[in-house]
Write a protein that binds this ligand. Sequence first.
Ligand SMILES: Nc1ncnc2c1ncn2[C@@H]1O[C@H](COP(=O)(O)OP(=O)(O)OP(=O)(O)O)[C@@H](O)[C@H]1O
Length: 618
Amino acid sequence: MSRPKSLEWSSLENKLQPWILTALEVMGFETMTPVQASTIPLLTGNKDVVVDSVTGSGKTLAFVIPILERITSELTNLKKGHFHTLILSPTRELAKQIQMVIETFLEQYPEELNAKFPLRSQLVVGSDSQNVRDDITHILDNKPAILIGTPGRILDLFQDPKIKTTSCNMCILDEADRLLDSSFLNDIERILRILPKQRRTGLFSATIKSAGNDIFKTGLRNPVKITVNSKIAAPSTISFNYCLVTPQEKFLQLLHLLNNYRFKKCIVYFPTCISVQFFYSFVTYLQQNHNKYLSEDIEVYSLHGKLQTSSRMKTLNKFTESLMHSVLFTTDVAARGIDIPDVDLVIQMDPPTDTDHFLHRCGRTGRLNKIGKAVTFINKGREEDYIDFMEVKNIILTPANELLLQDTSGPGDKFYEITKNWLLKDRARFDHAVRSYVAYIRYYSNHSASSIFRLKTLDYVGLCKMYGLFRLPRMPEITKNFKDIDPSKPNGKITFGDGWLVDPPIDINNFKYLDPKREESRLKDLANLAKINDKKKLKFELKKKNMAWSNNSTTKEEKSKRREKMQLKRKAIEEEIARNGDNESSDDEINNDWKNEILESRKKRKQNNDVQGQFDDL
Ligand SMILES: Nc1ncnc2c1ncn2[C@@H]1O[C@H](COP(=O)(O)OP(=O)(O)OP(=O)(O)O)[C@@H](O)[C@H]1O
């Protein structure tokens, strides 16, 4: 099969089924895109494919049409528990989106055919409202020919003997390089081993090169590589800009840009889930109380991997369908594949740790010949080398500082006061800010371009101010780095010149939670702590008076048991930090802020053990 000479649907050698052509007409897709013209004949005609084509170039239809063609040209009734095609996606949102595209086609599937050969699809993703048993019941009742899912949940499904994989003759990996990276590879290999060897396999991505030779772990047979526009890394309709900012003014500058630049829909990428949560609640407060910073006419949504599936899907729908100027605060969970045609502005609060993510994030705009703008904030005086670094990767970033508020000295300090005062009204906000800050340092320390994004040169004070903090959270990284920079500070104790970070402007013991229950439990903890301190004091006094207090105290045996227990606990915490990617976990200074982070994340994991994959954790 060769690529058709024109982009007309009718020019395909194997004519498409009439109902598929009707569906294309209804959708208004008059001609094929180049990637569709190249891929459809091959995948329909029994070839394995590896497809590399920029974001927004129409890869979804390049596999959806061959799937529907192949199923309906065979027209066989599936036995109970069997399915025909498996589509794998790294995120639930993308899986849902693919299913919606398939369902749009199926609306045109003729009734008389459907009566004899029903053709259905089913989503198989982690969800708060449906467990894997529900998935199985649905599959047994509805006999879907196409399953679209995320790797973890598909693997769970395949553990049930009622699900039969022997009829599966096609498997698609969308965002294949992501599915083949270390966090998913194991699951993908297990899934592919379960599927029949005699099947067609298709790999699709805008950054497939990153998967390297791992593509052959998918059991491809004589694959055809399809590369569209190999010289360009991104669609030419996207203008790539950067703005130089300082951490302290970064959020203020974001709001200024959103208030002043004309856009329809904008996606703002933050480096962590917790910073999305933090800035989303802050911006909601600002819109209600200080709307000069962000007009109430702009709708803001938040989407990240810690939200339950149903609310993630709802948010994405609302953002997609909104007719207002709307902004989505999100993480890399919405970086790949998500197709919202009206997005004309993408802002990255920080460059992503991975260059591929840069392309995928920016690729949410400028899709299929539409114009889009992608702005990346870069820390002034520290990260400018990133511009050259991206040029080497064929992405030319041009300056757009005119988008920024020009004189920030006064407004910047005023904005910090507003952020800080908002924090001071509720201790929960302060905790949230500390955790966001800690997570940010973790993100920064894991940056792949570590020679540009260096912890040692980070503006810690500015960063604290961005979160409205008034004291520097204790972290081994910071203590270490500042010890190195300023050895005159004894034991790494940091004073930061003006000392504002070590001397909180409030009595920390009287810093209250607004939530009465939380406050009650804090007061209880405080009282217990006081008791422990009293006990310690008493022991100390008794010892001083040289009295025999050993009868009251614990035996040596008990003490050594307790010490052992403490050591085990400490080891567990250190291991948890190591698992979370902190390469300084061996440091003795396991500090309170890290512990709080871990305890909090454990609590959350208990509440929602449904969270899936590392990517979805973002
Ligand atoms: N033949 C076509 N004619 C017009 N529009 C099309 C055609 N094919 C796809 N589109 C539209 O183009 C947009 C981008 O398509 P799609 O989401 O498949 O891109 P993609 O290459 O998968 O992007 P990404 O790499 O970001 O996942 C969608 O809105 C889709 O509806």
